[in-house]
Design a protein around this ligand. Structure first.
Ligand SMILES: C[S@@+](CC[C@H](N)C(=O)[O-])C[C@H]1O[C@@H](n2cnc3c(N)ncnc32)[C@H](O)[C@@H]1O
Length: 242
């Protein structure tokens, strides 16, 4: 996946440049429509997306939104007084997220993520929450990225992720699940899973059960793993360093 186009929930994939032609009022209207699809529909069943990922309970923290896309999650943290750093491998995406937050009167910081190992900014950052929503199931380097994330995580900090769950695999391509020790790309149903989750744009998607999280990320302690969204096809994961 090249990430030149970003997902806009239930609408499609768009270049971050779509915001270039809009004035601030139009950006706000566009972002609010995005928010109502994300938090008003099948993703946020029983408000679990917002609750389990701490979107309303996180106040006055420094949050790195890693893979911010259009910045819809960043906006939620900014609204609660958080100091938000919008980070992405695509500079246009960082620009779009900053534009969205600025249109609502916030002043986010920004960070360019390197496209190669260690997949992190060259500039040192410090944050209370490393937040990554819908990103790390798209890379085989989740473990390297989360190890790198620990460098900037403050003492009592947390990692919060939204990832595809094991239920997504079962719902989209049927069981049994691939072995948790196996590279998902070697499974005969891998391509079907990727297409079902992301359409034709994507080249990689993995799934995470509580067991697989434990096996893949042994240097982290699982504080909570919650199934969220219709059918529990996503999970909200809170982690801390061991
Ligand atoms: C599916 S979108 C999710 C966007 C946003 N988090 C949201 O909730 O709408 C994935 C985003 O992650 C970015 N991305 C993909 N791989 C990345 C990496 N290794 N480091 C940082 N950002 C990455 C993409 O450019 C894209 O903006």
């Amino acid at each position: 996946m090249t990430w030149e186009r970003l997902p806009v929930d239930d609408v499609g994939y768009f270049s971050p440049k779509i915001l270039d032609e809009m004035d601030d009022n139009e950006v706000r209207v566009w972002a609010e429509a995005f928010e109502s699809r994300r938090y008003g529909g099948w993703r946020n069943v029983d408000n679990r997306w917002r609750e389990c990922l701490g979107l309303d309970s996180t106040r006055d923290k420094t949050v790195l939104d890693y893979g911010c896309g259009f910045g819809i999650e960043s906006l939620q943290f900014a609204r609660n007084g958080c100091d938000v750093i919008c980070g992405d491998i695509n500079p246009e995406s960082v620009g779009a997220a900053v534009r969205v937050l600025s249109a609502f009167g916030h002043e986010p910081r920004s960070a360019m993520i390197r496209e190669d190992a260690p997949f992190f900014p060259d500039t040192p950052l410090e944050y209370d929450v490393f937040y990554s929503n819908g990103v790390l199931h798209h890379t085989p380097f989740i473990s390297d990225i989360l190890r790198a994330s620990l460098r900037g995580l403050r003492g009592d900090g947390e990692i919060r992720l939204m990832l595809y769950s094991d239920r997504a695999w079962v719902a989209k391509v049927g069981g049994p699940l691939p072995g948790i020790d196996k590279d998902v790309r070697s499974h005969p149903k891998f391509r079907r899973f990727v297409r079902a989750m992301d359409g034709p744009h994507s080249t990689y998607a993995d799934w995470y059960s509580p067991e697989k999280v434990g096996a893949r990320l042994p240097f982290l302690r699982v504080i909570s793993y919650d199934y969220i969204a219709k059918g529990g096809i996503y999970c909200a994961l809170i982690l801390a360093p061991r």
